[in-house]
Design a protein around this ligand. Structure first.
Ligand SMILES: C[S@@+](CC[C@H](N)C(=O)[O-])C[C@H]1O[C@@H](n2cnc3c(N)ncnc32)[C@H](O)[C@@H]1O
Length: 230
C-alpha cells in the first residue's frame, strides 16, 4: 500500500526494539557473542552493526533489496537460509535469530537440519513474549486479519543445547496515527497481507483500545548454548 511506513522506518523511527536488542547484546550478553556470528534474517543489519561491529559476522537475508550498512568485519549474503548451501559458512560460532523464526518455522525439520550443519556454540534468539495488552490486541486482530503468521515459540535448537540465559525487555512502538499503527502491526508483526479494508478495521480495533497510537511490546532475548557454564 502506497504512503505507508516501510520496514526500515518501522525498525528505526517507529519502534525502539533494535536499539534495546543491540544494547542487551553488547552489554549483558557480550560473553555469548562468539565469532563468527551468523545473523540469520539480518534485515537492515543495524543490530550487528551496533552490537558487535568488531566481531566477524555473516549477515544472511533473502531480501536483496535491503542492502545493509556493513561494518568492515561483516559479510552480507543474500539467500534463503532454509535452502542455501552452507559451505561458505564457518562452524562453531554464535547464531543470531532476531524476529525471524516466524519466517522459518514453516519447514521446521529443514531449519533444524541447517542449524545442525552450522553447529553453533550459542544461539541467541529474540522474539515477542506474546503477553499482556500486546497479545490481547493481537488476539483481537487475528479475528479480522486473514492469513496471519505471528511469531510463536518454536523448538528448533539442537537437543544438546540448553537454555542458559534470558533477558526480558519492553519495546515501544509509537506511530503518528492509528492507521499507521494498524498497518505496522498487520504487515510487519502479524506478517499478513494488507488491504485498505483490513487496515481500516484493524485501526478501529486499536483506536477503541488505546488512548494514543502507541503500544508496548513485551519481548525477550534467549540464549541457547552448548556450554553449560558460561
Ligand atoms: C522481521 S525481519 C527481522 C530483521 C532483523 N533480524 C531484526 O531483528 O531487525 C525478518 C527478516 O528475515 C528475512 N528472512 C525471512 N525469511 C528468510 C529466509 N528464509 N532466509 C533468510 N532471510 C529471511 C526477511 O527478509 C527479513 O529481513
Amino acid at each position: 500500500m502506497k504512503g505507508q511506513a516501510t520496514f526500515r522506518e518501522f525498525k528505526s523511527a517507529l519502534c525502539n526494539e533494535n536499539k534495546i536488542i543491540s544494547s542487551i547484546l553488547s552489554n549483558h550478553f557480550k560473553k555469548y557473542i562468539v565469532g563468527p556470528v551468523i545473523d540469520i534474517g539480518s534485515g537492515v543489519g543495524d543490530i550487528a552493526n551496533n552490537a558487535f561491529p568488531d566481531t566477524k559476522a555473516y549477515l544472511i537475508d533473502r531480501n536483496e533489496e535491503i542492502v545493509p550498512n556493513l561494518s568492515k568485519n561483516h559479510k552480507w549474503i543474500v539467500g534463503d537460509f532454509l535452502r542455501m548451501g552452507l559451505g561458505q559458512i564457518p562452524f562453531d560460532g554464535t547464531v543470531l535469530l532476531s524476529h525471524v523464526i516466524q519466517y522459518l518455522d514453516s519447514d521446521l525439520e529443514q531449519l533444524k537440519r541447517q542449524i545442525n550443519k552450522i553447529r553453533p556454540i550459542n544461539i541467541i534468539e529474540v522474539r515477542n513474549d506474546n503477553t499482556g495488552l500486546f497479545w490481547g490486541l493481537i488476539t483481537e486482530l487475528k479475528k479480522i486479519v486473514p492469513n496471519h503468521n505471528c511469531e510463536v515459540k518454536v523448538d528448533f535448537a539442537p537437543p544438546e543445547m540448553s537454555l542458559v540465559d534470558r533477558k526480558k525487555f519492553t519495546a515501544k512502538l509509537t506511530c503518528r496515527t492509528f492507521h499507521e499503527l494498524a498497518y505496522v502491526i498487520v504487515r510487519f508483526i502479524m506478517d499478513a497481507t494488507v488491504s485498505a479494508r483490513i487496515i481500516a478495521r484493524a485501526s478501529n480495533v486499536l483506536d477503541d483500545a488505546l488512548e494514543r497510537p502507541e503500544l508496548d511490546i513485551p519481548e525477550s532475548v534467549w540464549v541457547h548454548s552448548r556450554m553449560r557454564e558460561l
